[in-house]
Design a protein around this ligand. Structure first.
Ligand code: GLA
Length: 377
């Protein structure tokens, strides 16, 4: 059992004086390529990271079950209205399960995690995925993982009221260790693409610029709205179906957003093909191009993210780009493992000179998706 899972279990024992019936955990994610394509029915290529949210749960004796967050040291009822706090995510999952006609008995749950919040590493999807998988096991529902992902997305969109796409929940539930996951966000078909960076002497470096962003920020919804307008103008169901020729029929923001989505989808497919051949140099080229497109066409980068990508290029990285929604949060680079420290030093120095916040660093290997850790019999 991972330490984070053990913490959920220990806390459960302390608080509720018994053993949990189910223990689950789910990871955060980084997206290797394919940004702002999921809600346009396009392609994404995330992998799970070695940071997780763990939950321990069991049936409650009373009619109102309780959720206890170790990290917030706070207890909240399992069901209830949206309150703007951490409990909205597990409550949203209960709500979405009930909307899907599942009967959820009163339950009690402890939750803890080490996925940095607000950094664009999908801590909220990790909470939703761990909760959904655990409740599914508790109730013996045997819901398919793809359906659980949709259910978690519904919780996020309709209960928490953040209009995210399907990528994060899907990655949390379906990623596998040592692999990236190519997702077709229109059909929801997916493919595990082997990603053994270590064997190639490479590392995946994540730089959290610590510029906090929230998906409830209007900018994310603004971009979505622009894509929706472009899609309608072109008479399509999804912007993913647009071709380069269609761009001649668009102007201004709609043109720029559509151009990003069309070219980004092509980059994801080319990037996945390169990974299948273990051709990381070609994959890296797609990453640079993705960043330029997010910066110039989609306009979601920041000076910090751009500075990281510039430094990565100077340090000889194979590729680098912002990851997640943008407007702050994290950027990633694929670097020769021996060069990781030099890259970090260079970035830290430039950030200090420019009086940006001191960044936070992670080096991740593609980790396992959501798991049921222990089910008492
Ligand atoms: C956020 C959303 C995702 C996706 C990305 C941008 O992470 O949660 O659904 O839209 O932004 O690629």
């Amino acid at each position: 059992m991972r330490a984070i899972e053990q913490r959920a279990v220990d806390t459960y024992r302390e608080r509720f004086a018994r053993e949990p019936a189910v223990v689950c955990s789910a990871p955060g994610r980084v997206n290797l390529i394919g940004e702002h394509t999921d809600y346009n029915g396009g392609f994404v290529l995330p992998c799970a990271i070695e940071r997780r949210v763990a939950v321990a749960l069991g049936r409650a004796d009373s009619s109102v079950g309780m959720l206890y967050s170790v990290d917030h040291d706070d207890e909240q009822p399992c069901v209830g209205e949206r309150s703007g706090g951490w409990a909205d995510y597990p409550r949203g999952v209960v709500w979405a399960l009930e909307q899907a006609d599942a009967r959820i008995p009163p339950f009690q749950m402890t939750i803890t995690g080490d996925v940095p919040a607000g950094a664009g590493l999908s801590s909220s999807a990790a909470i939703e995925a761990a909760t959904a998988l655990a409740l599914d096991a508790l109730c013996g529902l045997q819901t398919a993982r793809t359906d659980l992902a949709l259910l978690c997305q519904r919780a996020e969109n309709e209960f928490v009221r953040v209009r995210s796409g399907i990528m994060d929940q899907y990655a949390a539930l379906l990623c596998q260790q040592g692999h990236a996951l190519l997702i077709d966000c229109r059909s929801l078909a997916s493919e595990q693409v082997s990603l053994d960076l270590a064997a190639a002497g490479l590392s995946l470096v994540v730089c959290d610029t610590r510029v906090k962003r929230r998906l409830t920020d209007t900018s994310y919804n603004d971009r979505r709205a622009t894509c929706a307008r472009a899609t309608e103008r072109l008479g399509l169901a999804h912007l993913r179906d647009a071709t380069p020729d269609d761009l001649a029929r668009l102007v201004g923001e709609e043109l720029r957003c559509a151009r990003h989505v069309i070219t980004e989808n092509a980059r994801v497919l080319a990037g996945a093909a390169a990974l299948r051949r273990h051709d990381f140099a070609t994959f890296g080229e797609s990453m640079w191009a993705s960043h330029a497109s997010l910066r110039d066409d989609y306009a979601v980068s920041t000076v910090e993210l751009d500075a990281f990508v510039e430094q990565a290029r100077e340090a000889g990285a194979l590729g680098a780009r912002l990851t997640g929604a943008g407007f702050g949060g994290c950027a990633i680079a694929i670097v020769v493992s021996g060069g990781v420290e030099a890259l970090m030093d260079a970035v830290i120095q430039v950030f200090a000179e420019r009086r940006y916040q001191t960044p936070e660093w992670y080096v991740f290997s593609p980790a396992a998706g959501a798991e049921i850790v222990e089910v008492a019999r």
